[in-house]
Design a protein around this ligand. Structure first.
Ligand SMILES: Nc1nc2c(ncn2[C@@H]2O[C@H](COP(=O)(O)OP(=O)(O)O)[C@@H](O)[C@H]2O)c(=O)[nH]1
Ligand SMILES: [Mg+2]
Ligand SMILES: [Zn+2]
Length: 293
């Protein structure tokens, strides 16, 4: 009997699929061309020998894509509605990585927010973060250790399918455990055998948050290259550029060397942050060279 289900984790040619009844099944993925990712809705069924197979992937509402080592797009997660980028005082924030994530969120049509974690170690968030609040991103200060700001984070998660992402060591897993507590164990019990011996540190796993929403715990990344088809698209990932570009002399202005550029004028006025502008330029160049970085 065929049924629809939700991919909660994917390993090479297997996927853990949550049925509509809420049970998790280990399914073989049928066919090389079938490439489900976490968050995909799939058609699956139990065969006569008792094994389960994924037969088809349903169309997606969104696909978060990265650039692989050959410059090709690779789906990372499907049907997300939000990215929550986690930063911390240690390891030192990589602002370019943050801007790449935010750019990917914008271009994928996802909401995005920033969690500045390990607030128990510092008195205030860094000045550089104010820029992100100013351009309209929610910024929450959290501590997985003393539970500061977890309610603010939960409000962001409610009703969304979010991926917690960011550099390794910022506290994603700790936040995850603080938020889910017993829930992680519940999922563990459901699919404990299924996850056992598998590389759960290298694959994303989707969990349901008891307070509402779903969270995807993704493995730590050093690098994330959003897949962007044309360098000219990069500007649409920097939301403070969008309202200003109409003021540029050229319709196809890239806001780098062109004269009469409204984005550069805003930069000179201090209305656009220099760090953001420079990261835009870097991402433009990298997209033009279409290589992994
Ligand atoms: N002081 C402090 N340490 C934290 C906090 N969150 C995580 N850590 C520590 O930071 C290290 C990395 O945490 P982890 O959750 O594994 O980070 P991940 O790589 O992003 O998943 C661990 O030693 C945690 O105990 C926090 O809010 N405050
Ligand atoms: Mg982790
Ligand atoms: Zn311009």
């Amino acid at each position: 009997m065929a049924d629809t289900g939700l991919v909660v984790a994917r390993f090479r040619r297997h996927a853990l699929v949550e049925s509509r009844a809420g049970d998790v099944y280990d399914c073989r993925i049928l066919g090389r061309r079938l490439r489900p990712v976490v968050g995909d809705n799939v058609e699956w069924r139990r065969e006569r020998d008792g094994t389960c197979v994924v037969r088809a992937v349903k169309s997606r509402e969104s696909t978060l894509r990265r650039t692989d080592s050959r410059g090709r797009p690779e789906a990372v997660a499907a049907n997300l509605s939000q990215l929550i980028v986690v930063l911390a005082p240690h390891p030192e924030p990589d602002w370019f990585l943050l801007d790449r994530y935010l750019c990917a969120a914008e271009l994928t049509g996802l909401k995005a927010a920033v969690a500045y974690n390990k607030m128990d170690l510092v008195n205030s968030e860094p000045n550089s973060l104010e820029v992100y609040g100013a351009v309209g991103y929610s910024v929450v200060q959290t501590s997985a250790v003393d539970r500061t700001g977890l309610d603010g984070l939960e409000q962001l998660l409610d009703g969304e399918r979010s991926a917690l992402i960011g550099q390794s060591g910022v506290g994603k897993s700790s936040l995850f455990n603080a938020l889910l507590g017993g829930e992680v164990q519940r999922v563990g019990r459901l699919s404990g055998k299924l996850l056992q011996g598998r590389h759960t540190t290298t694959t994303s796993v989707l969990h349901r948050h008891p307070g509402g929403g779903e969270i995807i715990d993704s493995p730590g990344v050093r690098n994330f290259a959003p897949f962007i088809e044309r360098p000219g698209d990069v500007q649409f990932g920097f939301r403070e550029f969008i309202s200003r570009r109409e003021g540029c002399r050229f319709d196809d202005c890239t806001h780098r060397a062109e004269p009469d550029c409204a984005v550069k004028a805003a930069l000179e006025d201090g209305a656009i942050d220099r760090g953001r502008y420079e990261n835009y330029g870097k991402l433009y160049e990298l997209t033009a060279s279409a290589r992994e970085y």
